[in-house]
Design a protein around this ligand. Structure first.
Ligand SMILES: Nc1ncnc2c1ncn2[C@@H]1O[C@H](COP(=O)(O)OP(=O)(O)OP(=O)(O)O)[C@@H](O)[C@H]1O
Ligand SMILES: [Mg+2]
Length: 428
């Protein structure tokens, strides 16, 4: 079994840590071998705020996914986000001597090297250099120049960098959980890999993953990424607004949002009433769904204005992005797409991840796009390497005592996946 190609992806989100172990089968299809999600409160706006809490959640989710797949997890791809992530498109000249000749594989390797030869500020780390197009003697827009004749060769690439200190904090939180980081994948790129169709990438589309603490943006055109950005606003702020507006604690506000929230109050029934127990009042308070919706509509509109500002880049002016694809748990808010359609005046849809076989019940959901995308992006773009080893000692896996089992049981959010996993933990 371990001769198969196993990769492990960890999405360390602001609300949860999700580990997915994927396996490429001999027929080249990629399937889920193990998956687990545990809540995590250690991240803020996509960055590490409480490293111990993050490490604990990584350890738990990795151990649960490992038990599910019946393997040990040694290495992982890790998703990275936060407003420290910056991107730009850059042209580089490819050194190849004088004279007109056909572009070879060696030229393509030299082009990728030239694209990555970048002077960075002391506190920045290069995360991705993604080739977009080539220019042959000034003729722009060539996607695959192999075999074409030219004197000069230039490559255009999308370059993504991040803050060394923020990256190191995340790296350490993962290493402290006992697994090695094989590569980091920027989350907007990962989510796009899991949800955009080939047609959307080609014709032009904006992917927006509205998570708990960030909204990750990736713009595609001509089959490649042309812009990425991260906004430090997500579902957390929506809930926080409700908590302040109605003087209820965060958990009650979260429940209110999920059960009765809408971003389009004008579409809500006039009579739907909700009873709350505000901290500041002895008596219960009755409010309407419309009142809840007014608060959420303002936050939604504010988020959309911030997204619009991020899309007002000079290099996007000529890019046809008349399609917006939302994903992430925050985009599941009722009425979200109605407001998006109205504000952006573009086609909008809510997407769940695709491309992995065997996703268990409950995980075919917009919250899983980044985790699925990290795995897919790694499989498609990074060198083959096995991230797992034979499971040798089940006693060392999480859940080797009764308290631990009870704690993990309470943490579990993937119901359909539970019985098999609990059996594994119990050593059955
Ligand atoms: N039905 C729903 N309506 C409104 N919001 C929802 C709904 N379901 C989930 N959410 C919100 O989605 C958010 C979590 O989404 P997700 O799991 O994509 O975030 P994350 O990956 O943990 O965070 P991030 O990507 O920002 O680091 C929470 O704020 C939650 O309240
Ligand atoms: Mg996320």
């Amino acid at each position: 079994m371990l001769q198969d190609d196993f990769r492990v992806a960890i999405d360390i989100g602001t609300t949860k840590v999700c580990t997915i172990i994927t396996r490429r089968r001999p027929d080249h299809r990629v399937e889920v071998a193990g998956i687990a999600t545990v809540p995590c409160r250690g991240m803020s706006k996509g960055m590490v705020a409480d490293s111990q809490a993050v490490t604990n959640a990584i350890e738990e989710s990795a151990a649960l996914a490992a038990a599910d797949a019946g393997v040990n997890v040694d290495k992982v791809y890790v998703g990275l986000t936060g407003s420290h992530v910056e991107s730009k498109n850059r042209w580089a000249n490819v050194p190849r001597g004088d004279g007109m000749r056909a572009v070879t594989d060696l030229d393509i390797s030299a082009a990728k090297k030239a694209a990555g030869a970048i002077d960075l500020a002391d506190d920045r780390k290069l995360l991705h250099v993604i080739p977009r197009t080539y220019a042959l003697d000034g003729l722009h827009g060539v996607r695959n120049p192999l075999g074409m004749h030219t004197g000069e060769l230039h490559i255009e690439s999308h370059v993504i960098t991040g803050s060394i200190s923020k990256i190191t904090e995340l790296h350490n939180a993962v290493s402290d959980a006992g697994v090695r980081v094989s590569s980091m994948v920027v989350e907007p790129i990962a989510s796009a890999d899991a949800v955009l169709t080939a047609g959307e990438r080609e014709e032009g589309a904006v992917l927006i993953d509205v998570g708990g603490g960030t909204s990750d943006i990736a713009v595609y055109h001509d089959g490649a990424v042309v812009h990425t950005a991260v906004i430090p606003v997500g579902g957390y702020q929506f809930t926080n607004d409700l908590s302040i507006a109605f003087s209820v604690d965060f958990e009650s506000a979260e429940e209110l949002k999920i059960k009765h929230g809408t971003a389009a109050p004008e579409l809500a029934g006039l009579k739907e009433e909700i009873t709350l127990h505000p901290n500041t009042m002895e008596q219960p308070l009755t409010i309407t769904k419309r009142e809840v919706g007014q608060v959420l509509k303002e936050r939604t509109s504010e988020l959309f204005r911030m997204i619009m500002l991020k899309l007002e880049e000079p290099h996007l002016a000529d890019i046809p992005t008349d399609r917006i694809v939302f994903t992430g748990g925050g985009a599941k808010l009722e009425g979200f797409l109605n407001i998006a359609k109205y504000i952006f005046q573009r086609k909008v849809r809510l997407a769940s991840p695709r491309g992995l076989d065997g996703m268990p019940e409950g995980t075919n959901d917009p919250s899983y796009s980044a985790a699925v995308g990290i795995a897919l992006w790694g499989m498609r773009n990074l060198p083959a390497e096995n991230h797992v080893s034979q499971r040798t000692n089940t006693a060392t896996s999480v859940g080797s005592n009764a308290d631990e089992k009870a704690r993990i049981g309470a943490f579990s959010v993937i119901r359909g996946w539970l019985p098999k996993r609990e059996k594994e933990i119990a050593g059955a």
